[in-house]
Design a protein around this ligand. Structure first.
Ligand code: SF4
Length: 358
């Protein structure tokens, strides 16, 4: 049987496990420091941790369950990692360099069942959820990569926007967030972490009540049900009205800003009337707490029905929203010279392997 990743334990879970196995509570802090501050990749390197304890840990847990399969580096410093999981599945993780810091985009599931019609990842149905340890390990592997470069760089931001619907893997998502936020370890600021959902309304309520204080982004992509259902079939089950009610609950309870993601698809949802409808949907009462993030579409071979919106139309959409008093931004693109769309590198690799074996 494969050993569980040690990164899957929150500090409280590690403490409880050590106590249950006859060790002092204080050992948890030592182990935690070796994992997240000194960042060893072997239990035997935890030199001031009692040998019996490090041995016991190595018998039950693994530090490395992911292996690097492929890495693509862009001219702008973006690195796309393809990791192989213990069961042979491949996942993508991306490191992006911004002016404000280094951000990692993590994957939460192998494949995705939401089936957004523009998405390369959604073509491959979900085969399983990632464990919390596998999600944390993506961040740790990127951090180990930075450590090896020796420039003292630290991951400062996390976006949970890779392959999968994070709210469809809720418990593991919450454990992951608690590990990376832990002040004794990576100590990522909650305001530097963003979780993006396709709009699972029930989970938005649960997420709000969990009071994790991380940012929330919701993929809206269309201002009305007819269009949204065409682009995202999840809208059939969770129409916009139900989604907006959940968003209102989040806004009222947290008083935090929310991002509405809006992917611009040429001649589909990028016209002036769509911008006006979007601003009406947001309405006066939500305006101060909502930011619309416009995302220029990265065309993928598998979805030839969609093209990229030209710059002038992006600007016009942006201006229309601004004039209506809506806070709006355009997502900066990273890694445009590599397989930039989410899931593109993974699906290419899977196809290549299928061709080789077929
Ligand atoms: S965009 Fe996200 S939620 Fe939609 S199919 Fe792709 S991975 Fe799933």
């Amino acid at each position: 049987m494969n050993k569980q990743s040690i990164y899957g334990l929150t500090f409280e879970q590690l403490t409880a496990w050590l106590i249950e196995h006859g060790h002092k509570k204080s050992r948890a802090s030592h182990v935690w420091e070796w994992l997240y501050r000194k960042r060893v990749t072997d239990f035997s390197d935890m030199i001031d941790v009692n040998k019996e304890c490090s041995q016991l840990l190595s018998e039950h847990f693994a530090i490395q369950t992911l292996t690097e399969h492929t890495k693509q580096q862009s001219a702008d410093g973006t690195i796309k990692f393809l990791f192989k999981l213990y069961d042979g599945n491949l996942i993508e993780t991306v490191l992006m360099r911004h002016k404000f810091g280094l951000s990692v985009c993590v994957t939460t599931q192998v494949g995705c069942n939401i089936g957004c019609s523009f998405c390369a990842s959604g073509l491959l149905k979900k085969s399983r959820d990632l464990s919390s340890g596998e999600i944390v390990e993506q961040v740790m592997n990127v951090q180990h990569h930075l450590d090896q470069a020796g420039e003292g760089d630290l991951v400062s931001h996390i976006v949970v926007m890779g392959i999968g619907e994070p709210f469809d893997n809720f418990t593991n998502l919450v454990d992951f967030l608690n590990v990376v936020k832990d002040q004794k370890g990576l100590a990522l600021a909650a305001r530097h972490i963003t979780v993006s959902t396709s709009g699972l309304a029930d989970k938005i309520y649960e997420f709000t009540d969990a009071d994790l204080r991380v940012n929330l982004a919701v993929s809206l992509h269309a201002p009305n049900d007819e269009l949204r259902t065409r682009i995202m079939k999840i809208n059939k089950a969770i129409p916009i009205e139900k989604l907006m009610k959940a968003i209102d609950y989040y806004l009222e309870r947290t008083n935090r800003r929310i991002t509405l993601e809006y992917i611009l698809l040429k001649d589909v949802n990028d016209q002036r009337e769509h911008a006006i409808e979007l601003s009406e949907l947001i309405g006066e009462h939500r305006r101060s707490l909502v930011n619309v993030n416009l995302i220029p579409y990265n065309p993928v071979d598998e979805h030839s029905q969609y093209q990229r919106t030209d710059r002038a139309t992006v600007s016009a959409f942006y201006d229309t929203l601004k004039k209506q008093g809506v806070s709006v931004s355009v997502r900066l693109e990273h890694g445009t010279d590599i397989d930039a769309a989410c899931g593109q590198l993974r699906s290419k690799q899977i196809k290549a392997e299928a061709q080789r074996s077929g």
